[in-house]
Structures are given as structure tokens and as C-alpha cells.
Design a protein around this ligand. Structure first.
Ligand SMILES: Cc1cc2nc3c(=O)[nH]c(=O)nc-3n(C[C@H](O)[C@H](O)[C@H](O)COP(=O)(O)O)c2cc1C
Length: 347
């Protein structure tokens, strides 16, 4: 099936512009998601080819999740699970809806199995996401865990950013299996400055304080980091994560670097994903795992394009993996293939 996609469907799909192709894919997955019982049946066949994982108090049916940015508005969780994903991270969602950057803002580099995007958090806002998540069973009873990736609106000043994260958190708390705090997208001006120790502690500390006060119980909160940080900066981030008490780290987001691509070519501005971020992201996971003695829950993402690159993330210390770009290049059943190939990894 993966080969059929690569040889027959992908060339047809890639004739469309990247954003148009995304629209078609999204429409199909949204329609499939309307058939929730069918998705449930397919999910039990496709997800179950992997091994289940317990992490941060949650049970994941397999190791492989859909990374944030693909299902920005939580429109096709059942379909993603039906195709074999063991968790889905929806978002990035912001308090208010916003259109994102002007098009074109999504670019494929098939010769490098890469994508560059500067989408800029286009999303329908937290109210719309809450409505969609309410149509799914409650957390814990779902076809797979659903993480909600939260961010700040473009027009919110950096000094006010904490309020945006808190607003999304409060609004979606009862609907999320876990949260991911996104301070690492390169496409919202200044956002990555929130990875600085002081600012980060303010955001994570307050989120976790409110998390623990909730009557309905605390949910795991992860922090998503950029691959462009130095090991010194990552060391400081580990301290902040431990001090604030949040659960773990998602490593990594897209890179602004182009050094892993051939020189002498003009590449589009934005975040680079896919095969060129594979090594850096794995290096960061290895560092995080070593520095935390393997105890901090880690989700590895960046450049997973075959079973070897997924296994490499687990070998480096990740407990789960996620992918985005690999799904575009390898096709709809790639998560199922990967999950199966990782079934020998115990927790
Ligand atoms: C088009 C596109 C949009 C993305 N949007 C988001 C986003 O909204 N929030 C986020 O945390 N990451 C976003 N990402 C980053 C991915 O979740 C992932 O961290 C990154 O692409 C590396 O994984 P990959 O090489 O498997 O694609 C986006 C990636 C792509 C390609």
C-alpha cells in the first residue's frame, strides 16, 4: 500500500499545489471522520499492529503519533486513528481565530524529502476547537489520546503571551488528554524568545499551578522545543521543566537552519521539516534523555521517513514518536507500517 502511494498516488497528488493538496486530503479525512464507528473498527485493526505504551499516566495504543500542524482544528482525529496513528496532536490553536500568513506559505522539496512552511498558526481559535473536541468521546474513552498544542495569537505582545496559553488551557482543559506548549514555531515573530528561561518558567509554572488546582484532575503538559537551540539552552530548559513540574518535552519543531541542505540554492523562508532535521532532532533527544537519566517523558519528532529513522528516535531515548512530513511523502498507511515495525520496543 505504501509503495502504491509512492509510485501511483503521490505523483498525482504532487501535481497539485501543496496547500491545495492539503485541502483535498483534509476534506477526505474529515468525511471519513464522520463515520466514527467505521473509524473505530479500522483503528482497532491498524493501531493494534504496534505495541501499547504507558506514558505520563496515559495509555497509547502504539508508538506513533500525528505531529501538530496537520490537523490544526481537530477536524479528523477519528480518521487519523483509523489509519493507524496511536495519538493525534491537534493545533496549534490560539485563543482567537487567525488567517495565518499570506499564501504561498507551504513548499515541497521532494528531492530532499523536506517541506518548508511559514503557515503562521492559521486556525479557527479555541472556541471552534472546543466544539469539535466535544463531538468526540471524553478523554480516556477515545479511540486514542488527543493532545492539544497551544500557542499565542500573532497580535498578542510577548509580555502578554502567558495569558494566551492560559486562556487556551482553561478553555480546553476538560477536552484534552494532554497539552503541548508550543514556544518553538519559527513563523510567529518573537515566539521562540519564550524559550528563554525566565519567560518559560513564568508560562509553565502558572500553567502547571492551575493544572493541579483543577477539580477534574491534572493532565500531562509537554513543552515543544526548537532544534536550533544550543545544548546550554536545552540544559536550562530541562531545569525549567523540572522546576515547573510539567510532564515532559516534545523534540523538535521545524528548523530555520539550511545547513543540512545543499548550498548555493535559494530556499524559501520558514521552518524546514523532514529528512534534513532528522539528525539534529535525534541528537537533541539523546541529550535530553541522558541529562534526565531517561526519566523525563520524551516525544521524538523530526525527519521520520522510514522504520530506521523512527527506531533511531526510540534508541536515543524517546518514548513515543510523531511525524508530519514523512506522512506526506510515504502515504496514508505509513503510521501503521511504522507502528508495526516498532512493536518490539518495550517501554
Ligand atoms: C506545514 C507544517 C505545519 C506545522 N504546523 C505546526 C504547528 O502548528 N504547531 C507545531 O507545534 N508544529 C507544527 N509543525 C511542526 C511539526 O509538528 C513537526 O514538529 C516538524 O514538522 C518536524 O517533524 P517532521 O519532520 O516529521 O515533519 C508543522 C510542520 C509542517 C510541515
Amino acid at each position: 500500500m505504501d509503495l502504491f502511494y509512492e509510485k501511483v498516488l503521490r505523483p498525482l497528488f504532487f501535481r497539485l499545489g501543496p496547500e491545495r493538496a492539503h485541502e483535498y486530503g483534509r476534506n477526505f479525512l474529515q468525511s471519513l471522520s464522520l463515520l466514527q464507528p467505521v473509524c473505530r473498527l479500522l483503528a482497532s485493526a491498524n493501531q493494534g499492529r504496534g505495541r501499547s505504551v504507558e506514558l505520563a499516566g496515559l495509555t497509547f495504543p502504539n508508538h506513533v503519533g500525528l505531529a501538530a500542524g496537520m490537523d490544526k482544528d481537530a477536524e479528523f482525529v477519528p480518521a487519523a486513528a483509523a489509519l493507524g496513528f496511536g495519538h493525534v496532536e491537534v493545533g496549534t490553536v490560539t485563543p482567537k481565530s487567525q488567517p495565518g500568513n499570506p499564501q504561498p506559505r507551504l513548499f515541497r522539496y521532494p528531492e530532499h524529502e523536506a517541506i518548508v512552511n511559514r503557515m503562521g498558526f492559521n486556525n479557527g481559535g479555541m472556541e471552534a476547537m472546543a466544539k469539535r473536541l466535544r463531538r468526540l468521546p471524553a478523554p480516556g474513552k477515545r479511540i486514542c489520546p488527543v493532545g492539544v498544542n497551544i500557542g499565542k495569537n500573532k497580535n498578542t505582545a510577548l509580555d502578554e503571551a502567558a495569558n494566551d496559553y492560559l486562556a487556551c488551557f482553561e478553555h480546553l482543559h476538560d477536552l484534552a488528554d494532554y497539552f503541548t506548549v508550543n514556544v518553538s514555531s519559527p513563523n510567529t515573530e518573537g515566539l521562540r524568545e519564550l524559550q528563554e528561561k525566565g519567560r518559560l518558567l513564568e508560562i509553565l509554572g502558572e500553567l502547571e499551578r492551575r493544572n493541579r488546582e483543577r477539580d477534574s484532575g491534572a493532565v500531562p503538559i509537554f513543552l515543544k522545543i526548537a532544534p536550533d537551540l544550543s545544548f546550554h539552552q536545552i540544559g536550562e530548559i530541562i531545569q525549567v521543566v523540572e522546576e515547573s513540574g510539567v510532564s515532559g518535552i516534545v523534540a523538535t519543531n521545524t528548523t530555520i537552519g539550511r545547513e543540512t541542505l545543499p548550498a548555493g540554492v535559494e530556499y524559501e523562508r520558514g521552518g524546514l521539516s523532514g529528512a534534513p532535521v532528522r539528525n539534529r532532532s535525534t541528537e537533541i533527544i539523546r541529550f535530553l534523555s541522558r541529562e534526565t537519566g531517561g526519566k523525563m517523558p520524551l516525544i521524538g519528532v523530526g525527519g521520520i521517513c522510514d522504520s530506521a529513522s523512527a527506531a533511531e528516535k526510540l534508541d536515543a531515548g524517546a518514548h513515543l514518536v510523531q511525524l508530519y512530513t514523512g506522512w506526506i511523502y510515504r502515504g496514508p498507511f505509513f503510521a501503521r507500517t511504522l507502528a508495526r515495525s516498532l512493536r518490539f520496543y518495550a517501554e
